[in-house]
Design a protein around this ligand. Structure first.
Ligand SMILES: [Zn+2]
Length: 466
């Protein structure tokens, strides 16, 4: 680490950070959440090390579930009375994390809040952790994501490994069911806590998306005792013996799953929790996110029963299962950005026992990744088989590619409407007599969300923060 900055540098960095953010908000450009951090770093490159000093920090990284897991942790920590700092804006690169933490410090750069839950981009982890020294690092899972931004999934794994190596004192919370994620423990001196599902879920054939069929150590094909989704499950390499580690936090039964949420039984450190756990968000991947939150909360010194109880009323957040009511029917927005997440969202929709209208929005801007070929690996075919899908609207920069994909999936053309703007989608949703589900990728979600927020009077994320 570099030498300690002079006080004047710290003051300039903090002041420039706060003033830039204030200026952006006054001009209505609250979305520029990384810029204040970039400005601050021009005065003092490692200002984050100063402004996070003494804070107890949990960092959440991984392909899918970062935002929801962070939100669950923030919710639980707030419920126990902590004043929690979180980077809710989704600015999760070094500049964004720097902006969030530095803006919350006092003018001398001393933190005013003492607990933080920070969502961190997988590639930025190696820059963020040496400056923040987190108590706990959660890695949710690893799937193929935005190929042209990160390269292959193995590259992403190596990026995370570089970060982990820099902080041997941080406790790792790893998804035991993900052969890629749990491999982070193979050569790390860190204390490791594992979480996972002790029960199979869904299709056991291994068909569909798989990002990690072969052993990360020797290349042999994994055997599975059971699967949950994508490449997650109880894996074992028949050749070298690399296998799933028994988790410390585990789901022992899934008792119910509805559009409102799930009820599961769990075991923590070999003992069943007293009460069944209600998770106030639907779908299998939120059961994983709940396990991650419980494991991290415990590693942070909290009580498992306490965090488990808080999961019942956790809110959906910022495009992840967020619900709007522009008319008489709910509109639920589910962010999708890679094949595994998208297939799971489609699985969730087709598992519902009700008719609905679907909106699919695909952009290809920088934050989305310019290569949209991943849509060919997501299981849109399931939509063709489901009679509950009454109509599909398609929008976005790459609506044409999406139309072709849906056609190949076997969805009749007369069921699909193309060329919709955000305003068209809002109007249709307001008039719909059926529930509406929207599957946007990242920038499509940002723009739709702002149209729906304005129409329904929901506040934007930067207005929510104190
Ligand atoms: Zn092997």
């Amino acid at each position: 680490m570099s030498k300690k900055p002079f006080v004047i540098q710290t003051i300039l960095a903090v002041a420039s950070c706060k003033l830039t953010r204030a200026a952006l908000r006054v001009s209505g450009r609250g979305g520029g959440t990384a810029l204040p951090g970039k400005v601050a770093m021009r005065f003092e490159r490692n200002i984050l090390a100063v402004t996070s000093k003494g804070m107890d920090i949990i960092i959440v990284t991984g392909t899918n579930g970062k935002t929801t897991t962070s939100n669950m942790l923030e919710h639980a920590l707030t419920a126990r009375g902590d004043d929690v700092l979180a980077n809710k804006s989704g600015a999760n690169l070094l500049s964004g994390v720097t902006a969030e933490i530095t803006c919350s410090a006092d003018w001398l750069g001393r933190p005013k809040k003492h607990t933080a839950v920070i969502e961190c981009d997988e590639g930025a982890l190696k820059q963020v952790v040496p400056l923040t020294h987190p108590k706990v690092i959660v890695v949710t899972n690893l799937f193929r994501d935005q190929l042209d931004r990160y390269g292959e999934v193995m590259h992403t794994l190596e990026e995370i490994r570089k970060g982990v190596r820099k902080v041997p004192g941080s406790v790792l919370c790893l998804n035991a069911d993900c052969s890629l994620t749990s491999s982070l423990a193979l050569d790390a001196p860190n204390k490791v806590v594992y979480y996972g599902l002790e029960v199979p879920y869904g299709d056991q054939s291994g068909a569909g998306v798989s990002d990690a069929m072969h052993c990360i150590r020797c290349g042999a094909k994994y055997d599975y005792e059971y699967r949950t989704y994508a490449h997650l499950g109880s894996f074992r390499c028949p050749k070298c013996g690399y296998r799933r580690t028994d988790p410390d936090v585990s789901v022992t039964s899934i008792d119910s799953m509805t559009a409102q949420g799930s009820e599961v039984h769990m075991e923590v450190a070999g003992r069943p929790l007293k009460e069944p756990v209600h998770i106030g968000l639907p779908a299998i991947y939120n059961i994983y996110n709940a396990c991650a939150a419980i494991a991290a909360y415990r590693a942070f010194g909290g009580d498992a029963e306490e965090v488990a109880a808080s999961l019942a009323d956790v809110n959906s957040c910022f495009g992840r299962m967020e619900t709007f009511m522009p008319g008489s029917q709910p509109v639920q927005m589910i962010l999708v950005k890679n094949p595994a997440g998208c297939s799971q969202s489609i699985g969730y929709l087709t598992g519902l026992d009700e008719d609905f209208v679907l909106v699919v929005c695909l952009n290809d801007r920088t934050a989305d990744g310019h290569d949209v070929s991943w849509i060919w690996d997501a299981e849109y075919e399931k939509l063709a088989e489901d009679g509950h899908v009454r109509r599909i609207y398609v929008s976005g920069d790459r609506a044409g590619d999406m139309m072709v994909r849906l056609k190949y999936a076997g969805i009749p053309e007369e069921k699909i409407s193309a060329g919709c703007t955000d305003k068209d989608i809002l109007k249709m949703s307001a008039e719909s007599e059926l529930p509406v589900f929207v599957l946007p990728n990242y920038t499509a979600m940002l723009s739709l969300r702002s149209v729906f927020s304005e129409a329904t009077g929901k506040k934007d994320f930067w207005e929510k923060q104190a």
